[in-house]
Design a protein around this ligand. Sequence first.
Ligand code: PMM
Length: 281
Amino acid sequence: MNNDMVLVRRVPRPRPRIMGILNVTPDSFSDGGSWQNVDEAVEHAVELHKQGADIIDVGGESTRPGADRVSPEEEQQRVLPVVRELSSRGIRVSVDTMNSTTARAAAEAGASIINDVSGGLADEEMYRVISSLEVDYIVSHWRGHSKDMNDLARYNDVVGDVRTELQQRVAELIIWGVDENRIIIDPGLGFAKQGQQNWQLLGRLDRLESLGFPIMIGASRKGFVGELLSDEQEMTERDPATAVVSALAAQSGAWGVRVHDVESTKAALAVWSAWEKGATA
Ligand code: PMM
């Protein structure tokens, strides 16, 4: 081995965790209405787990553009039975919620991750509650509820502005006493972002990585992915393109990818892992 080889050699990076999406809502944009009954929802989650999902993300409130809010009580009725059942089967569960009462109830029901697309901005109690729980917390970039978010997609420099706003969220979480090792950041693709702005964020994940926190990417079946495809009939037609985003996110060092179709992302990440091993052999 010559000196050159010693200098360039590195260990393979681990592949991102796959978070499989389980929306127990009547109106989510791509899978709303499919898994409203507890048994069906659990069955689908178990299937996603078998296909390779490391985490199941259970959501009871749709965040699609224009969606109506649901009460925390209604949200909890939808998600808690599913969280309990999946946790009792040893499956790692995350709960997608903007409500601190749901976050607490979900943790008590066995969830180990709270995934908050509002980054804590929708509920002023959220950070206090998170600091009192033994959970990881995904803090997403967010500017307002679904009804208004398309009007809020105004940036000087989308990557710099999202980075600064996420940095403020993280600083506040730490002030509230949340363990910094339990914080995961997320650029909030599609939330107050228009088509190209999402690609700018994906193309410069290194700038978010420099904040020093693991990064979650949620691009699955979103409009900015669909815009690349012609003559689209079904949401599932966005899955191959989503899988490519998963592999590219892996290459950019993402900690996790949140997807509807686990199989295609699992295959894409297997390719990425083989490539990574080849690059570091
Ligand atoms: N996107 C949606 C919901 N939850 N959570 C995280 N962490 N990141 C995201 O980008 C994200 C999310 C909206 O998509 P859906 O309606 O398909 O669940």
